[in-house]
Design a protein around this ligand. Structure first.
Ligand code: SDX
Length: 428
């Protein structure tokens, strides 16, 4: 098969290399396009057909519903690994030995104190603040207390910045939750596991002994694994492009958190529960909402449905759906919203509108049902997504910097006014 793609523009033919990925995907390398065609570029709103980079971190096949981190199937990792182990795999490329994992955990635990001055910034936010806005700001504020995390030229400096943010981000996330709940801040316990410590910092109460519920711990760990990376999604692309200007890791992550906040992206997990609650208040009439989602004159979308890449079931949604049923059963929780979610999914999956557009439940459709069962407030759902996605963002940022990727600067097609003479205000 030819290793080239041929493009004809105004009667002239141009050849471009056809490059093949390790899973036999093909991409046309157009880095010479504008030069050889004397100015022709491409345009692709939302980058639906355009790759931004070569990456070895995550592979997904949207048609087959496959998701692998560094070659390992998401189903195996969710079933057999824990979140810190998966984080190590994503960031450093290999599953850690017991010694490597222990060192990673100890290094993180040793960095898990946050400068007391950070509390002044946290306390500056009104209780009504959305946690995603708070945690994005606190992540950026961390730079001021850890300036050495900005210029990470050496492997050692990079490792230290990675350990620092892996350690401090869960603390700041738990503090954000506790501030909203009017609870005293919890410093965690460096002798607990990574997710155990997160759980304690989020849920401990000052007037009772903290007890870990293994069902909650396992569900949390599994959810974090399932959110850990997802190739070049909106927030990861944001982290990469901010980092491509050689802004530091924390600044890039702060930008990624803001991108994740949007309801079309990570904010969908909050929007799903709000939508399901609306349907419940409306007497559970999900047919009405299916009709709204299909009505082009209605901006309403079925939140938690559809995906840019998956044109089949999101493999994460399948695992989370089973986990949701299990967690609610184990905790003895009857949540009518789960019944509405099931009914909504059943109807949509058999409806021509959704089938013809390959719209299936995505990672956000069921995750909120578990978060709610774990006692996490709905405004914190997207922060939970961010805690899970942190190692993926780090892995992708690290790869971008290690590959010395050029600064991201897309082209455009100008469709505005041609040259116009300036008019003095009295002549306008
Ligand atoms: C995440 O990219 C990632 O990997 C993201 C993520 C990750 O792990 O990082 O997987 C996490 O963000 C999951 C997605 C969460 N978002 C939602 O659940 C919000 C609802 N979903 C949609 O807004 C939408 O499906 C997107 C944003 C997810 C994808 O949008 P696309 O790829 O730009 O598709 P589109 O908007 O062009 O839709 C194609 C058609 C349109 O209809 P037609 O113009 O062809 O008639 O499908 C329709 C859309 O109107 N459509 C929907 C719909 N999603 C798409 N119609 C109703 N309800 C929906 N949810």
């Amino acid at each position: 098969m030819s290793e080239i793609a041929i493009l004809e523009v105004n009667g002239k033919k141009y050849e471009f290399p056809l490059i093949k990925g390790s899973e036999n995907e093909l991409a046309i390398d157009i880095k010479t396009l504008r030069g050889v065609t004397e100015g022709v570029t491409t345009i692709d709103a939302g980058f639906k057909n355009t790759g931004s980079c070569k990456s070895a971190v995550t592979f997904l096949d949207g048609e087959k519903g496959i998701l692998r981190y560094r070659g390992y199937a998401i189903e195996d990792l969710a079933d057999k690994a824990d979140f810190l182990e998966t984080s190590y795999l994503l960031i450093f490329g290999e599953l850690p030995t017991a010694e490597q994992l222990e060192k990673f955990h100890v290094d993180i635990a040793n960095e898990s104190l946050v400068d007391e001055e950070m509390k002044k910034i946290l306390n500056g936010f009104p209780k009504s603040s959305h946690p995603m806005g708070v945690i994005s700001a606190l992540t950026s504020a961390l730079i001021s207390f850890n300036p050495e995390s900005v210029n990470v030229e050496s492997e050692e400096e990079m490792y230290k910045a990675i350990v620092m943010i892996m350690a401090k981000f869960p603390v700041l996330s738990a503090w954000t939750l506790r501030k909203k709940a009017g609870l005293p801040l919890d410093y965690g316990d460096k002798h607990l596991g990574y997710v155990e410590n997160l759980y304690k910092m989020m849920f401990s109460k000052p007037n009772e002994e903290f007890k870990i519920n293994p069902i909650v711990l396992d569900a949390l760990d599994k959810l974090l694994i399932l959110h850990a990376d997802h190739e070049q999604n909106c927030s990861t692309s944001t982290v990469r492009i901010v980092g491509s200007s050689h802004a530091g890791l924390f600044a890039s992550l702060s930008a990624g958190i803001s991108a994740l906040w949007g309801p079309l992206h990570g904010g969908a997990n909050q929007a799903v529960i709000e939508m399901l609650e609306d349907i419940k208040k409306d007497g559970g009439d999900y047919q009405k909402y299916i009709a709204k989602a299909k009505d082009k004159s209605d901006p309403f979308r079925l939140m938690g449905f559809g995906h840019r890449v998956y044109k089949n079931f999101d493999p994460r949604a399948k695992i989370i759906q089973v986990a949701a049923e299990q967690v609610l059963a184990d905790l003895g929780i009857e949540d009518p919203v789960l019944d509405i979610a099931r009914g909504l999914a059943d109807v949509a999956l058999n409806d021509e509108y959704f089938k013809s557009r390959n719209l299936y439940p995505n990672v956000d459709f069921y995750s909120g049902i578990i978060y709610r069962a774990l006692g996490i407030p709905v405004e914190m759902f997207t922060v939970m997504f961010a805690i899970g996605r942190l190692p993926g963002w780090i892995a992708q940022w690290k790869e971008m910097r290690e590959n010395h990727e050029p600064i991201g600067r897309p082209r455009q097609l100008y469709v505005g006014e041609k040259f116009r003479e300036f008019k003095a205000v009295e002549n306008r």
